[in-house]
Design a protein. Structure first.
Length: 238
């Protein structure tokens, strides 16, 4: 298979494949926080995030969510449908944490009385500023119809993941999704779903099982990813 790197991001490398509609995603062990200000590696993160993302995409597909994931040719790689990414980070929050807790003066762990959706404009230079539906319309980042689809898919994904994770004794605090247009122009779910872009707290102990362990220097970073992989798939990562 002829593959050419078309983009190297902070966590993944995207390669072309023989099929112009398909990309190969390579998951790296690199970890960044604070828009690249803090850099490090988390051993075997790439393998674990690839597996967890594949698992979540399969789970969502069973509930009728359209996504980009096709197959997993190796432990660190997945084949995906090539999308024209909508340049928004779509953040869904069930419990106040991180930047929301700071911005609104809420104690971390305060439940939101309904899910909260936020949008950030994907731009490393600008530090991913928060935007609303008016900015999105004015900057023509997505149409109103596409935004309706993105919001309703995000809420449905939140319901599916929250219920599933509860059975694994994990609370889904918040998470970030990315959507894109496929070759037919339809909006589908892209990117990844892993402890890199979700906050997972143990329901009993409230222990953090996600990238906050790296962001906040809490230690046992790899162990948290291993624990999540095990709770999701039953796999014990050596
Ligand atoms: P970042 O760009 O934030 O450093 P990554 O290292 O995760 O992030 O890079 C992956 C890039 O690929 C992101 O910019 C993401 O928007 C993009 N992407 C994710 N899924 C697809 C897809 N199916 N088609 C095209 N681009 C995608
Ligand atoms: N998030 C992400 N990428 C980003 C910013 C946030 O995946 O560039 C995720 C993050 O993992 C968390 C949620 O979005 O699950 C909300 O993050 P928050 O805005 O609180 O960001 P913080 O500044 O605390 O990382």
């Amino acid at each position: 298979m002829e593959k050419k790197a078309i983009y190297e991001g902070k966590a993944k490398i995207m390669y072309t494949t023989d099929d112009p509609d398909v990309l190969l995603v390579y998951y790296k062990d690199d970890a960044t926080a604070g828009n690249g200000a803090k850099k490090g590696t988390i051993e075997n993160k790439g393998i674990m995030n690839n597996k967890m993302s594949a698992f979540f995409f399969d789970l969502l597909a069973k509930e009728g969510i359209k996504h980009h994931y096709i197959s997993m040719p190796s432990d660190r790689e997945m084949l995906v449908k090539k999308l024209e990414i909508v340049p928004l980070e779509v953040i869904i929050r069930n419990v106040a944490a991180g930047s929301l807790a700071k911005r609104l003066g809420l104690k971390e762990g305060t439940p939101m009385s309904c899910p909260v959706i936020e949008f950030c404009y994907k731009s490393d230079e600008l530090g991913d500023p928060m935007v609303n539906r008016y900015h999105i319309r004015a900057m023509k980042l997505a149409t109103d119809e596409e935004m309706e689809t993105i919001e309703s898919m995000s809420l449905k994904i939140n319901d599916i993941l929250t219920k599933f994770l509860k059975e694994k004794n994990v609370d889904l605090i918040d998470f970030k999704l990315e959507f894109g247009r496929d070759k037919n122009g339809d909006i589908i779910l892209g990117d990844e779903i892993s402890p890199d872009n979700c906050r997972f707290w143990d329901s009993t102990t409230h222990e953090k099982l996600d990238k906050d362990r790296f962001r906040r220097d809490l230690g046992n970073v790899e162990d948290a990813y291993k624990e999540m992989l095990h709770r999701l798939t039953g796999e014990s990562f050596k």
